[in-house]
Ligand binder design. Structure first.
Ligand SMILES: Nc1ncnc2c1ncn2[C@@H]1O[C@H](COP(=O)(O)OP(=O)(O)O)[C@@H](O)[C@H]1O
Ligand SMILES: [Mg+2]
Length: 182
């Protein structure tokens, strides 16, 4: 039997047609290439310039991806006090500054609701909260947030960061950031 035109080569297979790379990017946000740890920190510093009180940023990616490195850049950009390090023994650390930074390592946290139970001596409405999160748990978060998903290459130092805006005016801020990153 001859293949009809609907099944011919080059015909999109209806709703299951794979998205082009461009379409995927438009849906889930731009990707920034980060050749070195300095580039990752620089991205954080540029991001810091766009931040406001009450913002939530969720970082996903495997251990060693560079989530804490990104937070170090954010901390530098915000001009907060205290070294940003992996919060190994504490779940959250507050860094003082004009706009305080709440740095949370949620690997051992069951849900973000628990952040409110941590009894931090800062109100997250007056601060920027950055959460290092185990991948796969973010879906339960409903609030406006920027999600940054960092992936690492097997054979080089290079990382890629996907900037995924969720609600609020994050799409506009991500567009501004991606433009700078060129
Ligand atoms: N391009 C890069 N971006 C970020 N970190 C990098 C990069 N290349 C190498 N590194 C190294 O990878 C490690 C990342 O560690 P860290 O930021 O603590 O990761 P995570 O918080 O995701 O577990 C650091 O030792 C850093 O120097
Ligand atoms: Mg970390």
């Amino acid at each position: 039997m001859m293949a009809g035109p609907l099944h011919g080569p080059g015909q999109p297979a209806g709703p299951r047609a794979p998205l082009t790379a461009e379409q995927r990017e438009a849906l889930s946000g731009p990707i920034v290439t980060l050749p070195t740890v300095a580039d990752t920190r620089a991205l954080g510093t540029r991001l810091a310039a766009l931040l406001r009180a009450g913002d939530l940023i969720v970082l996903t990616g495997p251990l060693g991806a560079g989530k804490t490195a990104l937070v170090q850049g954010i901390g530098a950009g915000l001009g907060v006090s205290g070294a940003v390090v992996s919060p190994t023994f504490v779940i959250a650390r507050v860094h003082r500054g004009p706009l305080p930074l709440v740095h949370v390592d949620a690997y051992r946290l069951g849900s973000l609701a628990e952040v409110d139970d941590l009894d931090l001596d800062v109100d997250t409405a007056d601060a920027v909260t950055v959460v290092e999160w185990g991948a796969g748990l973010v879906e339960q978060l409903a609030d406006a947030r920027l999600e940054v998903s960092i992936a690492r290459a097997a054979d080089s130092e290079e990382r890629t960061a996907r900037l995924m805006p969720h609600g609020g005016d994050w799409a506009a801020r991500v567009a501004a950031l991606a433009e700078q990153a060129g």
